[in-house]
Ligand binder design. Structure first.
Ligand SMILES: *Cc1c(COP(=O)(O)O)cnc(C)c1O
Length: 382
């Protein structure tokens, strides 16, 4: 093996004190998980209602500082709900970043809208406010019907940035631009629970945001998500449409619009309550691991991605920038062969078959990163 890859392998084995396979990210059940799960089973309330759902919502609201939090069955459902609630309609366009997990774009298309792709910043890996401003100033007009894309004639209704690997993007600047152009902002905060920008939790720069608790995220409910907001009406609407839009009544079934069965089962919420309790410990460990990586890579030709300016990252997935695509592939092959589960950043969304016809701006930073970024093992060490 190439000598420098060998030293990375040795470093990671030493960090994790593990001779076998080292996963990219595994969940840690180190608190009350078993207790809450068995209490939930004993109560028989394992499904769509129960006290853990309410408790989990309160805990996430308190942790993030959001006034309201509403559970959903997964993060994609939370994003879909958030987009619906800010008024994304069929045939609208939604501006987003091409460098993201596929769920972001999927949720946009579930609304019948199409994504428009703008570039990211190299240091944050997230949406670039400069690209956003350039696109909006040069390629849109303001009309009584909203902000219209000159090229397609369609209404742009929302902007969806994503906090990649937990690193906050320049969200305050993005929020101001959206405000000036009359656009709704929805943060995809699926990866950034515990990350703040200028000391405010990610997700709270937008009227409504989505979190995910999938198995690979910083905390997990098996599968699950959450809508967070400071807006009471949005919170009430979120609960309503994610629970089949049923009106409260002692026995009648009356649903007043088409809703979704996006409820998080109580048993998943029970797991979530235990996970939020240990989240501060997980975050401490993540920060420790990131510091170790940063120190190690300082003396190498590889560039470790550290938290951006003005922000505190949860360091959900640690990431490295390699020299070019060839070195990236050699690195991935070499480490995976020796049992270290590294992986490349996602293929850009505008290159996937279902999204390739949608409008793109100059994506030079996103393309550059796509060729070079890899994720390193990042499980908390507890
Ligand atoms: C994980 C994730 C989601 C939501 O995923 P679910 O698996 O549906 O919970 C959305 N966006 C991004 C960027 C993600 O990483």
């Amino acid at each position: 093996m190439n000598q420098s890859y060998k030293s990375v392998t040795d470093f990671i084995r030493d960090l994790y004190q593990e001779d076998g396979v080292i996963p990219l990210h595994e969940p840690k059940f180190i608190g009350n998980e078993r207790l809450y799960l068995s209490t939930c089973l004993d109560s028989t309330y394992v499904s769509s209602i129960g006290k853990y759902v309410d408790k989990f919502e309160r805990m996430i609201a308190e942790f993030t500082g959001a006034k309201y939090a509403v559970c959903t069955v997964n993060g994609t459902a939370a994003l879909h709900t958030a987009l619906r609630l800010v008024g994304v309609e069929r045939d609208d366009e939604v501006i987003t970043q091409p460098l993201s997990f596929v769920a972001t774009c999927n949720a946009i298309t579930y609304c019948g809208a199409s994504p428009v792709f703008i570039d990211v910043d190299i240091d944050t890996l997230g949406m670039s406010p400069d690209s956003l401003l350039e696109f909006l100033s040069k390629r849109t007009v303001r009309t009584s019907n909203g902000c219209i894309n000159i090229n397609s004639g369609k209404r742009i209704s929302a902007v969806v940035p994503m906090h990649t690997f937990g690193h906050p993007c320049r969200i305050a600047e993005i929020a101001i631009i959206c405000e000036n152009f009359g656009l709704s902002l929805v943060e995809d905060a699926a990866e950034s629970l515990g990350s703040t920008y200028q000391l405010k939790h990610t997700g709270l720069y937008s009227k409504v945001a989505a979190l995910s608790f999938n198995g690979n995220k910083i905390i997990t409910t098996g599968g699950g998500g959450m809508v967070i907001t400071n807006d009471k009406d949005i919170a009430i609407r979120a609960k309503h449409i994610t629970t089949t839009a049923k009106l409260d009544h002692p026995y009648e079934f009356f649903h007043n619009e088409i809703g979704y069965n996006y409820r998080l089962p109580n048993i998943n919420a029970a797991l979530g309550c235990a996970q939020v309790e240990v989240l501060p410990r997980l975050l401490d460990s993540k920060r420790f691991i990131a510091k170790k990586y940063a120190e190690f890579f300082e003396d190498t030709d590889f560039v470790f991605i550290s938290e951006p300016k003005n922000s505190i990252s949860n360091y959900w997935l640690n990431a490295l920038i390699l020299e070019n695509r060839k070195q990236r592939d050699d690195f991935l092959n070499s480490l995976i062969t020796s049992g270290i589960m590294v992986r490349p950043i996602w293929r850009l969304m505008n290159k996937l078959p279902m999204f390739k016809e949608f409008e793109c701006c100059d994506l030079k930073n996103a393309s550059w990163l796509e060729d070079r970024v890899v994720n390193l093992p990042s499980s908390a060490i507890i």
